[in-house]
Design a protein around this ligand. Structure first.
Ligand code: NAD
Ligand code: UDP
Length: 337
């Protein structure tokens, strides 16, 4: 029996496939490669010394999924596939709802048809909305999301919860990620955003490697210790390990929700400072306007995952910086070379 990983050629998916293979599990990866890379899958094979079964398939392609489930004995699905750029989602809501919500619907229908009813889903801290008290706790109800990306995550959470209510054989873990950064310590796989990075860490890394001139820090007058926003950054390898633990949670029917974060807020200025301290590379920056929709500060209460899954983030901010730089400096153009 194998674990099906949708979106396994992407950033978090590829790191999770490494952990699954190293734990001795069988894995089948599907990805339509709209934001992932075939090369990432080859490098996962290099890291683990194991072949990866890869199928180029879109989660909206019901026939493709049916063929896949016929061909491989799947016991559970880890579902990463989807679009994830917050800003882009505002201009392309239909694409976001189609990939993230309709795509998940088709995937669930294909799973139901073959009696595979275990799913670990990539959700996001964004579903807490702007009003939730910090630190975010899983018992707080979903808030008002402020963009189609966030709304698509909240909609999929609702869809999966409804599915479990309707059929007690279903088992779902909703993993609410905080801010994953870093790269595999081998330097072979990492984050490789297309175009101008939206997120802080890949932007810092691309300035450091000379692909961009300077970082713009969005806002310096937030009510935080140094005026810049605070987020809960966690190492992508820790996050990947969280999926391995969550597979245990989906052995029993029902819905479980887990925050995956460190429980610590770190400011944008602290991020820039740590990167330079750890790597010795200066990152020129200037202060710009606030980015619309940004919240001043949030981080996880990660105690539920610790108590119930036995998971907590172990890697330090220094390791996140060192691993990001090992990946970016060895692969200045990402997987494109
Ligand atoms: P990513 O873009 O690197 O990986 C997603 C993968 O899914 C890509 O390889 C892409 O080609 C594939 N994909 C997209 N649409 C598809 C479709 N219709 N059919 C098949 N494959 C498809 O993103 P990531 O950072 O690895 O994120 C993985 C998941 O985690 C996403 O669902 C994302 O929304 C969620 N998430 C990410 C973050 C983050 O900061 N990176 C935070 C919270 C949640
Ligand atoms: N940020 C920034 N400059 C950038 C990208 C991000 O100052 O070029 C800030 C952003 O305002 C936020 C933090 O870095 O406060 C983390 O942003 P990211 O997009 O990585 O994560 P998210 O906003 O999704 O938490």
């Amino acid at each position: 029996m194998a674990i099906l990983v949708t979106g396994g050629a992407g950033y978090i998916g590829s790191h999770t496939v490494v952990e699954l293979l190293e734990a001795g599990l069988e894995v089948v990866v599907i990805d339509n490669l709209c934001n992932g890379s075939r090369e990432a899958v080859r490098r996962v094979e290099r890291i683990t010394g194991k072949p990866v079964r890869f199928v180029q398939c879109d989660i909206r392609d019901r026939q493709g999924l049916d063929a896949l489930f016929r061909e491989h004995a799947i016991e559970a699905v880890i579902h990463f596939a989807g679009l994830k750029a917050v800003g882009e989602s505002v201009g392309k809501p239909l694409e976001y709802y189609e990939n993230n919500v309709y795509g998940t619907l088709v995937l669930c229908q294909a799973m139901e048809a073959v009696g595979v009813r275990r799913m670990v889903f990539s959700s996001s801290a964004t579903v807490y909305g702007a009003e939730a008290p910090v630190p975010y706790v899983e018992t707080t109800t979903r808030g008002t999301t402020s963009n189609p990306y966030g709304t698509s995550k909240a909609m999929v959470e609702t869809l999966l919860e409804d599915l479990v209510v309707a059929d007690k054989r279903w088992s779902v873990a909703l993993l609410r990620y905080f801010n994953p950064i870093g790269a595999h310590p081998s330097g072979l796989i990492g984050e490789d955003p297309q175009g101008i990075p939206n997120n802080l860490m890949p932007f810092i890394a691309q300035v450091a490697v000379g692909r961009r001139d300077e970082l713009t820090i969005f806002g310096s007058d937030y009510p935080t210790t140094d005026g810049t926003c605070e987020r809960d950054y966690l190492h992508v390898v820790d996050l990947a390990v969280g999926h391995l633990k969550a597979l245990k949670a989906v052995e029993a029917p029902g819905v479980s929700i887990y925050n995956l974060g460190t429980g610590q807020g770190v400011s944008v200025l602290e991020m820039v400072g740590s990167f330079t301290r750890v790597t010795g590379v200066e990152v020129p920056y200037r202060f710009g306007d606030r980015r619309p929709g940004d919240l001043p500060a949030f981080w996880a209460d990660a105690s539920k995952a610790a108590q119930e899954l036995g998971w907590s983030a172990e890697k330090s901010l220094d390791e996140m910086m060192a691993d990001t730089w090992r990946w970016q400096s060895a692969n200045p153009q990402g997987y494109a070379e």
